[in-house]
Design a protein around this ligand. Structure first.
Ligand SMILES: [Zn+2]
Length: 172
């Protein structure tokens, strides 16, 4: 994880340098950045979900779940990332951007993604209990393309480990 983190930091601060290194900009790279965000959340005792927004191969916003820290049930990773990205771009539409999130968005976040007109949504693990795809009609904007299952194993692992540890702490 340490090497990945160093690598992602270089990518964030020196995108041109990375271009010269001929590193390919793949969904995996950005999902790793979202996983790093999830870890930041976990370190704060939050349910570990992380998100990043990418525009022109550059990460312009990051977010992780902050519902406990902020005492705010709407403080999901995607909401943080959408707000930060809009503020960075100085506009409310993210149609040229991709949002990467480790877990399938809930209906609230899918609704926010609708309003942002996000160009692309990429997520790792399905959320069988709260995922937006449980709705009969899609909540997303019709122009949004969706890719799922990117680093699915890692994305699922971080959240299932978290709940396993929490259950053990509660019962042990
Ligand atoms: Zn959500």
């Amino acid at each position: 994880m340490l090497l990945t983190e160093i690598y992602l930091r270089i990518l964030y601060f020196y995108p041109k340098h990375i271009e010269r290194m001929k590193v390919e900009f793949t969904d995996d790279i950005y999902m790793k950045a979202a996983l790093l965000e999830a870890i930041k959340g976990k370190d704060k005792g939050e349910v570990p979900v992380g998100a990043v927004v990418v525009c022109d191969n550059r990460i312009i916003a990051r977010g992780h779940n902050l519902t406990e820290t902020l005492n705010d049930p709407t403080a999901h990773a995607e909401m943080q990332a959408i707000t930060a990205a809009s503020s960075f771009l100085g506009g409310k539409y993210l149609d040229k951007c991709s949002l990467y999130v480790t877990l399938e968005p809930c209906t609230m976040c899918a609704g926010a993604l609708f309003w942002s007109r996000i160009g692309r949504l990429v997520y790792g693990a399905d959320d069988e209990k709260r995922g937006y795809t449980l709705n009969k009609n899609s909540v997303l904007h019709k122009k949004t393309t969706v890719v799922k299952g990117v680093l699915e194993k890692e994305c699922r692992g971080i959240i299932s480990d978290f709940f396993k540890t929490r259950r053990q702490n509660l019962t042990g």
